[in-house]
Design a protein around this ligand. Sequence first.
Ligand code: FES
Ligand code: FES
Length: 154
Amino acid sequence: MTLSINGTHVAREVEPRLLLSDFIRHEAGLTGTHVGCEHGVCGACTIRLDGAPVRSCLIFAVQAEGHDIRTVESLGTPGNLSVLQQAFQDSHGLQCGYCTPGILMTITAFLEENADPSEDEVRHALSGNLCRCTGYQHIVDAVLLAARRMRDSA
Ligand code: FES
Ligand code: FES
């Protein structure tokens, strides 16, 4: 199968039942995508498939044939964080960080659609991503901070 991951062309022979989440982690070596529940509940494995946030544990790798995949590694680097990543750091929007890649991918797509969200809209957008550490308040603060910074720089 062939696909694009973070702008790089990738070609591999894979078993038909290999999950996209496992393909991303073990074949492409991009371990920023986390696997929690493996049945579509926690959102930790969220990536973008042709721009849409999707749970990579619910898709077989072969279903991504020919598609464009973006993972958390596409957002920024340690020395050059995305606006959203920087806001998470500044707002203490994570503790263990296990849920964070999935949340970043979900919210990056969300903010592209809604540049000026209310707190309720942010909470609704986050409702499919489970965090066992933070109580969500700092995550919500981080998203609202990122949205404000993006608007200010637009
Ligand atoms: Fe995919 Fe939990 S690991 S939704
Ligand atoms: Fe630990 Fe969210 S920061 S699960």
